[in-house]
Design a protein around this ligand. Structure first.
Ligand code: SF4
Length: 72
């Protein structure tokens, strides 16, 4: 599957590169209420869930579960 262009302004994420580009292989989006939920598939910072489903109220109710704070 060809990856979509993912633009992100969160410059302190390990997956972020110049031009506001996300270079993660897999991105998991969740509703804010489940931001801390464990993800059963994948590894490292790129874990995901192919079965769990949710419903968001609006754009402010979603978050990127793949974010990892850049340490350098
Ligand atoms: S993993 Fe999420 S927070 Fe990090 S650059 Fe990609 S979209 Fe942004």
């Amino acid at each position: 599957m060809e990856h979509p262009m993912v633009k992100c302004s969160v410059a302190n994420c390990q997956h972020w590169e110049d031009g506001n580009n996300c270079v993660a292989e897999t991105i998991m989006i969740e509703i804010n209420a489940h931001a801390g939920s464990p993800l059963p598939q994948g590894s490292g910072s790129e874990q995901y869930d192919t079965k769990h489903q949710d419903s968001a109220g609006d754009v402010t109710d979603t978050c990127c579960h793949t974010f990892v704070e850049r340490t350098h």
